[in-house]
Design a protein around this ligand. Structure first.
Ligand code: 15L
Length: 280
């Protein structure tokens, strides 16, 4: 495995995905700058350094990104939270990441989420799988911040030529733990290989990738994976017998975002299925 010519900055290094990537990419010889608002909990990987910083601090990010060829932006609030808690780390933080990338001419790999499109209904067959250019249907303030990040990537590519790959991550955990994850699960191995291709691919432009493993029950179809040369190798399907569990909540079970869609849901009735196209 080749290592990039320039160091790579990883935000959110102390989170679950950040810790995994720091270790895995370091093992492949990558030079890493790690940052997070909380201390890095693991032994420092080879060729890596850590600086504690807040994503609200744009000057700190610019310093950390100096000389970097790519920024893996995995930092910020990673679950649904009230708007005021999401605002600083996720919205202002994205601006700081993109401004740092602009100064360095660095490529951004953005940990977006399925929650940017979480209010799409779950498909009933392969023909109804969602493509990357579907409408954003965020399922809360967290998902909305991810849609904003993808659009920020669109704008920085169109206006400044800053390349970016937006990973609509499904559910990246050691294994699927409920039935929804048979569709949304992303293995750590597939995540590592995906991030490697995002950085090493000759060209990326503005790309959007459904970041889930090769799950037969996936909700998602076309995206830009061929452009970067990635294909997932793992599959959630072998866990099916262990994860039969379905919640009793009709909102959770109806939409792709699962439980996030039901948080503070206040429609008197769900939107009618047969009128759905009228609401797009
Ligand atoms: C996410 O975006 C979250 O960061 C993660 O904790 C999971 O909730 C995941 O989505 C999911 O939808 O399973």
């Amino acid at each position: 495995m080749t290592a990039p010519a320039r160091p790579v900055l990883l935000t959110g290094a102390s989170g679950a995905l950040g810790r995994h990537l720091a270790k895995a990419l370091s093992e492949h010889g990558w030079r890493l700058r790690l940052t997070d608002i909380v201390p890095f909990p693991d032994p420092m990987p080879a060729n890596a350094s850590f600086v504690k910083a807040d994503l609200n601090d744009g000057v700190a990010l610019i310093r950390q990104a100096e000389g970097c060829g790519a920024i893996l932006h995995f930092g910020g609030v990673s679950v649904e939270r009230p708007f005021e808690e999401v605002l600083g780390p996720n919205l202002r933080g994205l601006y700081h990441v993109y401004e740092a990338a602009r100064r360095e001419g660095a490529r951004v790999v953005f940990a977006s989420s399925n929650h940017s499109i979480g209010f799409h209904e779950r498909p009933t067959g392969n023909s109804e799988r969602l493509d990357h250019d579907c409408a954003f249907r965020p399922d809360g303030y967290y998902g909305l911040s991810k849609a904003y990040g993808e659009l920020m990537g669109r704008m920085y590519w169109d206006k400044h030529g800053i390349e970016n790959v937006n990973l609509r991550i499904g559910s990246c955990f050691p294994k699927p733990v409920d039935r929804r994850m048979l569709s949304t699960w992303l293995s750590f191995g597939d995540l590592t290989r995906l991030v490697e291709r995002c950085v090493l691919a000759d060209r990326a432009g503005h790309a959007v990738i459904w970041a889930c493993s090769d799950n037969p029950a996936s909700y998602w179809g076309r995206d830009h994976r061929e452009r970067i040369g990635w294909a997932p190798r793992d599959s959630a399907e072998s866990w099916r017998p262990e994860v039969a569990h379905v919640t009793a909540d009709p909102v959770t079970e109806r939409y792709q975002g699962g439980g996030y869609t039901a948080i503070e849901y206040s429609r008197a009735k769900p939107s009618p299925r047969d009128a759905f196209s009228l609401e797009d």
